[in-house]
Design a protein around this ligand. Structure first.
Ligand code: GLY
Length: 412
């Protein structure tokens, strides 16, 4: 009996030592995943995941773009007119860029060409998202002149929305067919997100040398800088202008918590948009705006240690509020560009972006293979008020995540 007890004790001790050793190895392993290993792992996984996503949609005619997942857990597919239609082909271009595979190039081409008619759209301000991420990335990677023509045509459609008395591109129409937007009593609403559509105009200026594109883009950026931001560089989501006088009628929110709060993705769009406007103009006005927004985000006490923000920086029940992986991914991508122009903050910005990317690359945010309807990331918030895309995968979270990883890969 004594011998048996001794044997059991020896086995328990041996098992404990083995477990400790194993845990130590796992901890060491996860600690030493290098940047390159992480990037390889995530891209390899993303290829498998997007293969499965394409498999789910390929039979659809006309070809629809996957946007996210419905409340019932089904794939949410959208036609070319949807503001998110450019993200899926854009992500396919990043998969191609990562390893130059003809397979991904062909898929990217197929889903990009499905958006050709976007260039005729004049009732949406989102042409930058739709065309720049699809045809724009396609042009950067292939130099196919036909893509350039689509971008120029789309930019001409976009500037039909420019309102010279105000100095901005109108974001949303307010006609009766615009659902909840029609009911808000707005005259000329402009949302901070609209900063993201300016790069299309800068590209059109580069290709045509027609200064109208540059002038509209910089006027929009200046007006937004003047009216959308508070002293602490947090932003109002919507500014409504009077089209006759150019004066501000009201400052409100649509997707944020309340008018006075700071919607997380709006901050990310602002950061990205002003960083991009600075890279296109080299006007220090925009650099200092981007730095101010970055400072607001990076010093915000309500952001958890892993730097994945809640859906609104002022959401009422923090920490019991959903996080927004899309805002985190956009922020990481913007910071990886901005750091280049801010040497005194470079280390801090790089570390912040790295922290986001490492967290998004854990099981907490990265989907399990074959799950999440084929999307890469979990846990984004589209518009919390509609309840439709609350804590769900979204194609734009995937897009900016792979974009940020692709930028990180190229940085020292
Ligand atoms: N309008 C773009 C967004 O929902 O972030």
């Amino acid at each position: 009996m004594k011998k048996l007890k001794l044997l059991i004790a020896i086995l328990i001790i041996a098992n404990t030592i083995a477990c400790k050793k194993e845990k130590k190895e796992i901890a060491t392993d996860s600690k030493i995943e290098t940047k390159q290993e992480l990037i390889n792992r995530v891209f390899t996984f993303s290829e498998l995941q997007y293969d499965s996503l394409i498999h789910r949609i390929e039979g659809n005619m006309p070809l629809l773009q996957p946007r996210g997942v419905t409340e019932d857990g089904d794939l949410r597919l959208k036609p070319f007119q949807d503001w998110t239609s450019g993200f899926f082909p854009g992500t396919l271009w990043y998969l191609y860029k990562n390893n130059n595979s003809e397979n991904w190039k062909n898929k990217a081409i197929k889903f990009t060409l499905a958006l050709d008619s976007v260039k005729y759209i004049t009732n949406s301000h989102d042409l930058g998202f739709m065309l720049n991420n699809s045809f724009g990335n396609g042009y950067q990677l292939t130099k196919n002149d036909a893509y350039k023509e689509v971008l120029i045509h789309g930019a001409r459609s976009l500037i039909t929305r420019y309102r010279p008395v105000i100095g901005t591109i109108q974001s949303w129409d307010t006609t009766p067919d615009m659902g909840w937007i029609s009911k808000r009593g707005w005259d000329t609403p402009v949302i901070v997100d609209n900063m993201m559509n300016l790069d299309l105009l800068f590209r059109a200026f580069e290709y045509t040398k027609d200064s109208i594109f540059y002038n509209v883009a910089t006027a929009h950026a200046k007006t937004t800088l003047q009216h959308h931001f508070r002293a602490d560089y947090s932003s109002f989501h919507v500014v409504d202008y009077d089209s006759k006088t150019g004066k501000v009628r009201s400052r409100e929110t649509a997707q944020g918590h309340v008018d006075s709060s700071s919607w997380a993705r709006g901050q990310a769009w602002g950061l990205y948009g002003f960083t991009q406007t600075y890279t296109n103009t080299k006007d220090s006005l925009y650099l200092s705006q981007a730095k101010g927004i970055a400072n607001y985000i990076m010093t915000n006490k309500k952001v958890p240690k892993d730097h994945i923000p809640y859906w609104d920086y002022d959401a009422p029940n923090i920490p019991n509020e959903p996080r927004d992986a899309s805002a985190a991914a956009i922020t990481a991508s913007a910071l990886l560009t901005l750091q280049e122009f801010v040497p005194e903050k470079r280390t801090e910005m790089m570390a912040y972006a790295e922290s986001i990317l490492r967290k998004l690359s854990t099981d907490e945010y990265l989907a399990a293979f074959g799950k999440n309807q084929g999307f890469i990331l979990k846990h984004s918030v589209g518009n919390i008020h509609t309840g439709e895309e609350n804590d769900k995968p979204l194609n734009y979270a995937d897009y900016y995540f792979l974009e940020a990883l692709s930028k990180w890969k190229e940085l020292e």
